[in-house]
Write a new protein. Structure first.
Length: 661
């Protein structure tokens, strides 16, 4: 027997309180008035009357009450022997199905060891089979049947996911809480060190649980892997096609490797590199040919090693033609066009700028362009204004910049909003920037930009994205039908402001152009188990069909129309088919940490086994184990009974004293 909180035993000193009440406190009699005491004989009063049985019983109850209360808070417990090999228990058979289990025959060995363990369990044991990698899959419920667990074990195959022992322990805690039996966890894994969680506390086993590791890897073989490969996700200029890769060495000596780029099933280029022992080497491929549309490639290392599954890495490049953008301006003003064109061509978003004066734009169709820019335009011809309004209402995007020509008309083109005033005294700086807006996401150095001339427009129901120090709205976005209009209260030249001369100008033009054109962020490569965003701004409600590497649909029809993201669970190429007709290809690769096959150190594994306080044997048979039984609740129940008894006896004592008085 022991105590979980022995420091509460110091409260036993309070036992002296009932001793003081019953034995040390003097008996006091109530004085009565009397005429004279001279006729009374002096005698010593006997104290036997004050030591009758009922007082001693009350004293005993109070003393026991204080002592048991202290013992209850000290939480006494006793250890009892629970059944091990001979008694019923819940056996959790956990098989690692992560990417590293593809190495050699590890998965086959794990299944064989699990089946052997299953055959040696007691008849009364309940069994539950789980498979784990980045998450945990419960393949069976706890059962005494052996056929179902056997079939579940035989069905497990390695995946492309990264393993996590932290997730396994979290699931084991949930199983232990719902079970009233002792839990025994049999772990069938390669015991990869990189699968440990950052905090050792995340490995704490359920109380009383036993961990029985079954390693399927006797040692960590030397391994080389393509750790990383980068390529432009969307390619507009074939001259900029470039692939950079990193080859890593894990527990291997210095060696030479041949690295090859295979594009669309054909060898594009090969290079010889030297990979240092336990280090990394980089290689770059450039000048290769790409075709229009999706280009699927692999970076491979040769010769193959003991783990060929990570000797390649996928890359994807979608080659497309630049999209046209219409820039409408007044005939006498070409400075803004020069700055805007230079910034747009410097971006990697693939736009081709077409410029037109107000007169030339009369017969143009706005629907032929990704978006339309109105740069300090005073007025528009009737037919072009109507076509532009229809274009915006049907989902198009228009960017309006305000300047002197707009101020002369006192009306914002397309929107018809009135200009309240022109501010041209000194200069103003930006005081507020909504960095959550796609145009200004990650915006920097805007506070140093000087605005000499701006037009104040009532924002009404528009979203204000940026404000000047005098609270003049600088950048606003307004919904027009299904489309959007972005209003910039200044110009794109260096006369009304010095923004074109600042570092923030090119990112501002680049990000806003991508936003207005509805370009989704290009994902050149993702890791397995990450989430791929499906929709760019303005594409809500548009179906996005996702085809996985096996050629199957990853989403149902309802999910294709509503899902915001999709989880990528396999290595290979995912194809996104959008309702607009655009197709995208995304390369998905296994987590490179799975290529590090170093094993968990023995001392770490021993500490992990001890966290469940159930011993640390690694054999398949479990012996008897000690379990703690908390007695504190029983002590509290006795305390409650003593309180009732003490109150009843104390009340009788008071009644007797009142009758005697």
């Amino acid at each position: 027997m022991g105590f979980l909180s022995p420091w509460f035993l110091a409260a036993l000193a309070a036992v002296g309180l009932p001793v003081w009440l019953h034995l040390l406190r003097r008996h006091r009699s109530t004085p009565l008035p009397f005429s004279s005491l001279m006729f009374f004989e002096r005698r010593i009063q006997s104290s036997v009357k004050h030591r009758r049985l009922r007082y001693l019983l009350l004293f005993a109850l109070r003393t026991a009450l204080v002592a048991l209360l202290a013992l209850a808070f000290a939480r006494p417990f006793r250890e009892t022997a629970s059944a091990g090999a001979g008694g019923a228990k819940l056996v959790l058979l956990a098989l690692d199905e992560s990417f590293s289990m593809r190495q050699g025959d590890r998965m086959a060995r794990a299944r064989g060891a699990a089946l052997d363990t299953l055959s040696r369990l007691g008849a009364g044991d309940r069994v539950q089979v789980v498979a784990f990698a980045s998450g945990v899959r419960m393949l069976t419920q706890p059962t005494q049947d052996r056929a179902e667990p056997r079939a579940a074990i035989q069905s497990i195959e390695p995946t492309d996911s990264r393993s996590s022992y932290g997730e396994l322990v979290r699931a084991a805690r949930a199983v232990a809480e719902s079970s009233r039996l002792p839990v025994e966890i049999h772990l069938f894994s390669d015991l990869q060190k990189s699968s440990l969680p950052p905090a050792f506390a995340d490995l704490r086993l359920p109380d009383g649980a036993r961990l029985m590791p079954h390693s399927v890897a006797a040692s960590a073989p030397a391994n080389w892997a393509v750790e990383n490969a980068q390529a432009p996700g969307r390619l507009y200029d074939p001259k900029k096609a470039r692939v950079q890769a990193t080859v890593a060495s894990f527990g291997a000596a210095l060696t030479h490797k041949r690295v090859s780029l295979v594009l669309n099933g054909r060898l594009a280029e090969s290079k010889e590199i030297e990979v240092p022992a336990g280090g990394r080497a980089s290689v770059e491929f450039a000048g290769f040919e790409t075709r229009h549309g999706p280009n699927r490639g692999e970076v491979r290392i040769e010769p193959a090693d003991a783990f060929p599954e990570d000797d390649r890495r996928f890359v994807a490049m979608d080659r497309d033609d630049p999209r046209p953008v219409l820039f409408v301006h007044e005939a006498r003003e070409r400075r803004a066009l020069l700055y805007f064109r230079t910034a747009l061509e410097a971006s990697a978003n693939g736009f081709r700028l077409a410029s037109a004066t107000v007169e030339q734009a009369t017969g143009m169709a706005p629907s032929s362009y990704a978006f339309v820019v109105l740069s300090d335009v005073g007025s528009l011809a009737g037919n072009f204004a109507a076509a532009l309004h229809k274009y915006a209402e049907e989902g198009g995007a228009v960017w309006i910049a305000l300047g002197p020509a707009t101020a002369a008309r006192q009306r914002v083109p397309l929107l018809g909003a009135s200009i309240q005033q022109e501010r041209a005294n000194g200069f103003q700086t930006v005081s507020h920037v909504d960095v959550g807006h796609p145009s200004l996401r990650g915006a920097g150095q805007w506070e140093a930009v000087k605005f000499y001339q701006t037009l104040r427009v009532d924002p009404s129901d528009a979203r204000v994205v940026a404000r000047l120090a005098d609270q003049t709205p600088l950048l606003m976005e307004k919904q027009l039908g299904r489309g959007r209009v972005l209003l910039f209260a200044s110009t794109f030249d260096n006369i009304s402001n010095d923004l074109p001369l600042r570092a923030a100008f090119v990112p501002f033009i680049e990000q806003t152009a991508a936003y207005l054109a509805g370009q989704a962020q290009s994902f050149q490569s993702l890791a397995v188990d990450s989430h791929l965003p499906l929709r760019a701004a303005g594409e809500r409600g548009t179906a996005v069909e996702v085809i996985d590497p096996r050629g199957r649909r990853a989403l149902s029809l309802d999910q294709a129309a509503t899902a915001e993201t999709v989880a990528v669970t396999q290595a290979g190429f995912y194809e996104l088919r959008r309702g607009s007709g655009r197709h995208e290809t995304v390369a998905v690769n296994a987590d490179p940490r799975e290529s590090d096959l170093e094993l968990i150190p023995g001392e770490t594994l021993a500490l992990w086994q001890k966290t469940g306080q159930g011993g640390g044997g690694t054999s398949g048979a479990a012996g008897s184990e000690r379990r703690r039984q908390d007695l504190g609740w029983y002590a509290l129940l006795v305390v409650l009974a003593l309180v009732v008894a003490e109150s009843w006896i104390g009340n009788r004592h008071l009644d007797v004293e009142r009758e005697a008085g």
